[in-house]
Structure formats: structure tokens, C-alpha cells
Design a protein around this ligand. Structure first.
Ligand code: FAD
Length: 390
């Protein structure tokens, strides 16, 4: 049986970064992936991801995103792949909306550079966008877009250079931790795939929406949510939609609907409705995109960004793995201190995956990390009565 220090399950955003950071710290790493590299069936595909700093979800994410930026730039330098384009971010909504009040709270808490814009300011500075008179904007200059397929390829390339092994199209089918005794308190991890068995000291589940299936004993309250990505051809002024001219945007409507968009880097303007998708399962998700998926996005564009509302160039489906409070899960399995669960990122995790890799390598090498991950604990997700035996 082949032996490793750490086995990582999943090679999406989190697993590829964890593998890279562990391998560069000297761990002998095996990463198992169910599909091929950069496949379109999980949560990490789709050509672009937003990274932003005035973080509406909670001020505790700000230091994490600041460290993530440093690591993305390092990855770009070391891999020679295009990882990040800075565009700034425009958040629009009523002053009380969670997007605007949350972004302001983070900006004030951390004294972040930002601008508060009236609707007239927004129209003057970004004529593509049409806010209501009672909507305001926050401009966050420390924001931009990541190229997820390049990020993952860069992690894998650099992990390979540090000795990690990747086995693609080889899903983990079973795992257990054996021989926990006083001389070996953590026990050894054994995993099985259709092609073989492997042993390691530690195991990392970075398996996204598949996590609940792999740690059934925890009965985790995670939901897999279907999301639809659409790329539009601008009907006018296409050069104004390029990243040099257009910031990424997120728009909170009175109805509670939240849409976001990213500039055209050659594939069209990407526009997505954030949340509101059907709750599904990674094995049964509807992959076809229908008129019903497109209609609300078109309605949003016709109101707010009418020049973007042209022909649909392409579309894809993707999955969020949501926790009940929308914060992440990064913690040890309650019964196994050598099994780490790292994934459910509630639709906003990609930008952090660089720093999440660093956190994983800290936790597995020292049992702790300097980063504040207190929002991501497992206790909040499991009931005391859950049978955690595995
Ligand atoms: C439409 C959409 C837009 C998003 N936009 C943003 C954004 O703009 N900014 C942002 O920060 N975040 C964004 N996110 C969220 C972010 O992309 C995700 O949080 C992140 O990609 C999750 O990565 P992951 O590694 O946890 O999951 P995944 O990428 O799904 O990776 C899990 C991997 O595990 C593999 N796997 C599963 N089971 C097994 C098994 N048994 N054995 C081996 N491998 C297995 C899967 O095949 C998969 O490759 C978005 C998500 C979506 C869906």
C-alpha cells in the first residue's frame, strides 16, 4: 500500500491550494480527484471569480482576503499564469441593504480605502449602470477578478514541483481511521478507490458539495444550490465593458435579489443571480440552462445595465455548498484530529482559496493557525446527538 503524509480529497479551488501549500511545506501529498482537472461539474469552473475587500458578509473576512491577495500575487509570479486583474468593485443597493451596510461596516472596521457614491455620482462615473434614486454605491478599489482555471492549474503545477502526486479520475470510495492507541493517538488513515488503497497520517476533505456524502456520520446541514452563469454580448459600447473600464459589480435590489457581474475579457460580460437557485444534489443537478434561468437576469440587465443585455454567448451551471449561516466550514472532524474538513464556502469561497491552502498547512503542521478562523467552526453545524462514529 502506498503511504503519504496527507491525502487531499478533491482538486477544486480548496484541494488544489491545500495540496500546493502542504507540498511546499514538505508534506508528502496525494490528491485524489473524482473528475479531470478543471472539470465543469463542481464549484470552481467558469472563467472568472470576484475578489473584493470591503467584505459585506463579515469584517472578519477582511484580513483573510488581504492575505489571499498576497498569495495570489505570489502564485502569479511563481507560475507565470494570469491569475488576477484588478478592476475595483462597485456595490449598489439601498443604504440599509446587507450589501451596502455590510461593506461599509467592514470598510470602517478596518479603515479600508473606499468611496460612498450617490446615484448621480454612479451615473457620472460609470454611465453603464442605472441605479434608482434611493440606491447608493460603495466603490472598493481593492477588488478585481481571478481566473479560476489558471489558479487551479498553477496550484497543481507548483505542487507537482514540490513532489505532490495527483490522481485524477480516481474518486475516494471509502475511508477510515484505524489503530488509535496511546502510542499513535491520531491513528492511520486508510482510503480506498477503485484503483487501489492508500495510507496516510492525515486526511483533508476538500470535496465541495460532495462533502456530506463522504462524512455521512456527521449529518452536516449543508445544501447544494444550483447556480447559472451567463455570458452576454454587449449591444453597445463593447469597449466600455472591458476590465480597464468596468469594475466588477454587485447589486442588491429592494426585492432582496442580488445580481453580480464581471467585465468582458473576451468571452462576454458575465452576469449571475447570487443565490435563489434550486436546492439539489451534486449527482442529480440539472445541467441544462432554460429560459426560466435567463429571464430574471435579463430583467435585471434591462433595468440596470441595458447595454449588456445582448445575445447570450454561453452558459454553464455551477454549485454552491451552503452552510445555514453562509460562513465556511474549516475544522477538524470531531472524532478524528487528523481529518480536516475544508470546503463548504456558501458561494463566496474562491477568493480565499489561496489563504485557505495556507491555513490547511498551518493546521496540519502545528495544529493551529495565526489566521482568525473562528467563524468556520464545526460545532455550530452539528447537533450534540449526532453519532460521529466512522
Ligand atoms: C456560479 C458560481 C460563482 C461563484 N463566484 C464566486 C466569486 O465570484 N468569488 C468567490 O470568491 N467565490 C465564488 N464562488 C464560490 C467558489 O467558487 C467556491 O466556494 C469554490 O470554488 C469551492 O471550491 P471547492 O474546492 O470547495 O469545491 P469544488 O470546486 O467543487 O471542488 C471539490 C472537488 O472535489 C471533488 N470530489 C468530490 N467527491 C470526490 C471524491 N469522492 N473523491 C475525489 N474527489 C472528489 C470534485 O470532483 C471537485 O473537483 C462561486 C461559485 C459558483 C458556483
Amino acid at each position: 500500500m502506498k503511504k503519504f503524509d496527507v491525502i487531499v480529497v478533491g482538486c477544486g479551488a480548496m484541494g488544489s491550494s491545500a495540496s500546493y501549500h502542504l507540498a511546499r511545506k514538505g508534506f508528502k501529498v496525494l490528491c485524489l480527484e473524482k473528475f479531470s482537472l478543471n472539470h465543469p461539474y463542481g464549484s470552481s469552473h467558469g472563467k472568472s471569480r470576484i475578489i473584493r475587500t470591503a467584505y459585506a458578509e463579515h469584517p472578519k473576512y477582511v484580513p483573510l482576503v488581504q492575505r489571499a491577495f498576497e498569495l495570489w500575487l505570489e502564485l502569479q509570479r511563481d507560475s507565470n499564469l494570469k491569475i488576477l486583474t484588478m478592476t475595483g468593485a462597485l456595490f449598489v443597493g439601498s443604504p440599509e441593504s446587507p450589501l451596502i451596510s455590510g461593506a461599509k461596516r467592514s470598510a470602517r472596521w478596518h479603515s479600508l480605502q473606499h468611496e460612498v457614491l450617490t446615484p448621480t455620482d454612479i451615473q457620472a462615473r460609470f454611465p453603464l449602470f442605472h441605479p434608482d434614486p434611493d440606491q447608493i454605491g460603495i466603490f472598493d478599489p481593492s477588488a478585481g477578478m481571478l481566473y479560476p482555471e489558471n489558479c487551479i492549474a498553477a496550484n497543481v503545477d507548483l505542487a507537482l514541483q514540490s513532489g505532490a502526486k495527483f490522481k485524477l479520475l480516481e474518486p475516494l470510495s471509502e475511508w477510515n481511521v484505524s489503530n488509535q492507541d496511546s502510542s499513535n493517538p491520531e491513528g492511520k488513515v486508510r482510503v480506498r478507490t477503485k484503483k487501489g488503497e492508500y495510507e496516510s497520517d492525515k486526511l483533508v476533505f476538500a470535496s465541495g458539495s460532495w462533502l456530506p456524502h463522504l462524512v455521512k456520520e456527521l449529518n452536516l446541514p449543508l445544501q447544494c444550490e444550483r447556480q447559472v452563469l451567463l455570458w452576454f454580448r454587449p449591444i453597445k459600447d463593447p469597449q466600455k465593458f472591458r476590465p480597464e473600464r468596468m469594475p466588477i459589480f454587485s447589486w442588491w435590489e429592494k426585492s432582496g435579489a442580488n445580481f453580480y457581474g464581471l467585465p468582458d475579457v473576451g468571452d462576454g460580460v458575465k452576469v449571475v443571480g447570487h443565490h435563489g437557485g434550486e436546492i439539489t444534489d451534486p449527482e442529480r443537478i440539472r445541467r441544462e440552462v432554460t429560459e426560466e434561468d435567463i429571464r430574471p437576469v435579463r430583467e435585471f440587465l434591462s433595468r440596470r445595465v441595458p447595454y449588456a443585455n445582448g445575445e447570450i454567448i454561453s452558459s454553464q451551471t455551477c454549485m454552491y455548498t451552503n452552510t445555514p449561516d453562509s460562513h465556511f466550514l474549516i475544522d477538524f472532524h470531531p472524532r478524528h484530529k487528523n481529518v480536516l474538513l475544508v470546503s463548504p464556502c456558501s458561494g463566496h469561497g474562491f477568493k480565499f482559496s489561496s489563504v485557505v491552502g495556507e491555513i490547511v498547512s498551518d493546521l496540519l503542521s502545528q495544529g493551529k493557525t495565526r489566521h482568525d478562523i473562528s467563524l468556520f467552526k464545526i460545532d455550530r453545524l452539528i447537533s450534540p446527538n449526532t453519532n460521529q462514529n466512522q
